[in-house]
Design a protein around this ligand. Structure first.
Ligand SMILES: Cc1cc2nc3c(=O)[nH]c(=O)nc-3n(C[C@H](O)[C@H](O)[C@H](O)COP(=O)(O)OP(=O)(O)OC[C@H]3O[C@@H](n4cnc5c(N)ncnc54)[C@H](O)[C@@H]3O)c2cc1C
Ligand code: SF4
Length: 496
């Protein structure tokens, strides 16, 4: 423990955010960097508890008190060694993780928790700046060939680990760039894309081969894949968006969030947007929020990213509506410490300007004379507890039209795309339509593994990395009979 009285002396401080009025004019990262001295002060707040709940709260099992101590001692090389033993990509989680670790920090019981996520970011950025992140090329190759299908955080983590174990890894990606939702879902103001490119360069230097514009199941058939590789790792994500099949769904101006977000990420990276993206065609051309009344339907991360992007486009108004009731402002009694708290969350995008309404249902999209969206027909809901189950009831007389020329559907993703590769491989699906796997090995073919959103359903980057690492471990055992890849301690509290 670095400073026994640190938690009494220092308060929690996070990096300063740029002014909303400044940042809505660009797509650059919102937070300003932490200095090493700031990070040291924040790390000094860690109490090095006898039972550190934080690393059970982290889906990766990050060894948090130890890296906090190393940061306090300003031993960046040791802090990086500890952090990289459990997390392949702290530069992603240090920027966009909702930090369930902080919800289970013991200091958080009666004081603001340790700023773990930003300490994590400080460690990895210091490590890159000090030249500590160097390609770790395996000393010996096993000669086993592994195909990873999908290059999101799950695929990248699996590839990095399997390459470390000495296998020859090829990552196939159907999009024109590597990164999955890190690249074409999450906006640059949350994760600038040079952060991904910097990591990809390290992985390439370590020997991982990346193949873009390769839709496995179409450009390479399943049989070819099975013949050419000793093991196939499926990490294709959960890509089928939840639709809202109500009257007027076909109108111009009603779009899935991912159509809107992926287009903007392409623009920021100066890539052409007219191409089809991951099976989503831009049939209605470029989607712009400029000067429009935008309504985002759905209250999660995706919805919040649509809010931030719409404000950057210069929307006239931005509104976010949600079917469910407003969560409590403080941690709900049903989710006591150290659980992930059920409570209302305000993102940096919300801070930039947005009206938010809960308990609202959309009944129809209303057209003007030319087939363009002009309003949403909405109704207020009351949620009633009927025999222990919450049921929604429309509030009589509350139906009304809300002006809207751009509606963005951000109601989540239902499951991975079945048609094509998955059906061709004959994988089984679980009751939610995700790929069924036991210990990451599919139930139908022992040499086919699955991880990330494709297996667990839509989730978080930290879970995708965790799944990729765990699946790689199991795959290594399948290929070699044993493994030296790190195992993680079981996570007890992380339920996000
Ligand atoms: C808009 C948005 C914002 C989000 N924000 C956050 C956030 O702030 N923090 C957070 O923790 N999580 C966030 N998430 C969730 C997070 O991005 C996902 O949980 C995570 O990316 C899942 O990783 P994955 O590797 O399983 O899949 P993905 O990232 O979805 O990657 C799958 C990849 O596989 C490719 N693929 C699929 N099928 C094939 C095929 N047949 N051949 C070749 N390639 C194929 C796809 O093109 C895709 O690139 C967000 C999600 C969205 C949509
Ligand atoms: S990866 Fe997320 S949960 Fe784990 S320590 Fe980092 S911020 Fe916390």
């Amino acid at each position: 423990m670095g400073k026994p009285t640190g938690f009494l002396e220092f308060t929690r401080e996070l990096p300063k955010k740029r002014d909303p009025q400044e940042r809505i004019h660009d797509y650059k990262e919102i937070e300003t960097p932490f200095t090493e001295a700031d990070s040291q002060k924040q790390a000094a707040r860690c109490m090095d508890c006898g039972t550190p709940f934080c690393h059970s709260g982290c889906p990766l099992g990050n060894i948090i008190p130890e890296f906090n101590d190393a940061v306090y001692e300003q031993n960046w090389a040791y802090a990086y060694e500890i952090l990289s033993s459990t997390n392949n990509f702290p530069e992603f989680t240090g920027r966009i993780c909702p930090a369930p670790c902080e919800s289970s920090c013991v200091l958080g019981i009666n004081k603001p928790p340790v700023a773990i996520e930003f300490i994590e970011k400080s460690i990895i950025e210091a490590a890159f700046a000090k030249g500590l992140v160097t390609p770790q090329i395996p000393l010996k190759r096993t000669g086993k060939k592994v195909a990873v299908v999908g290059s999101g955080p799950a695929g990248l983590a699996a590839a990095a680990q399997l390459n470390k174990a000495g296998h020859l890894v090829t990552v196939f990606e159907r999009a024109d760039q590597i990164g999955g939702l890190l690249r074409y879902g999450i906006p640059d103001f949350k994760l600038e894309k040079w952060v991904i490119d910097r990591r990809l360069q390290v992985m390439e230097d370590e020997g991982v081969v990346f193949k873009t514009n390769t839709n496995v199941g179409v450009d390479i058939k399943d049989k070819e894949l099975m013949e050419q590789f000793d093991l196939v790792m499926l990490t294709g994500g959960s890509t089928v968006p939840r639709d809202l099949p109500i009257p007027g769904r076909e109108l111009n101006g009603v779009h899935f969030a991912m159509e809107f977000l992926s287009q903007q990420n392409k623009r920021v990276s100066e890539l052409p947007v007219e191409k089809d993206h991951q099976g989503v065609s831009y049939a209605q051309g470029d989607i712009w929020a400029t000067g429009k009344n935008v309504v985002v339907i759905g209250g999660g991360d995706t919805g919040s990213d649509c809010v931030g992007t719409s404000n950057r486009h210069g929307a006239a108004t931005v509104t976010q509506i949600e079917l469910m009731p407003m969560p409590p402002k403080e941690r709900a009694e049903s989710t006591p410490w150290p659980n992930w708290p059920m409570m209302v969350r305000t993102s940096t995008s919300h801070e930039e300007g947005c009206d938010r309404y809960w308990s609202i249902n959309t009944k129809a999209f209303i057209s003007d004379d030319n087939g363009n969206l002009k309003a949403l027909r909405i109704v207020d809901l009351e949620w009633k507890n009927v025999n222990g189950r919450m049921q929604m009831v429309e509030v009589a007389g509350s139906e009304r039209d809300m002006p809207c020329e751009l509606a963005l559907l951000a109601a989540g993703f239902v499951y991975p795309q079945h048609q094509g590769l998955l059906d061709d491989l004959g994988v089984e699906y679980d009751e939610r339509g995700n790929v069924k796997a036991s210990n990451y090995q599919t139930t139908t073919n022992p040499k086919v593994f699955a991880a990330g959103d494709m297996r667990r359903g839509q989730s978080l980057v930290v879970w995708a990395i965790s799944e990729g690492r765990e699946a790689a471990r199991q795959a290594d055992i399948y290929l070699m009979g044993d493994t030296l890849l790190e195992a993680k301690a079981k996570s007890m509290f992380a339920t996000v």
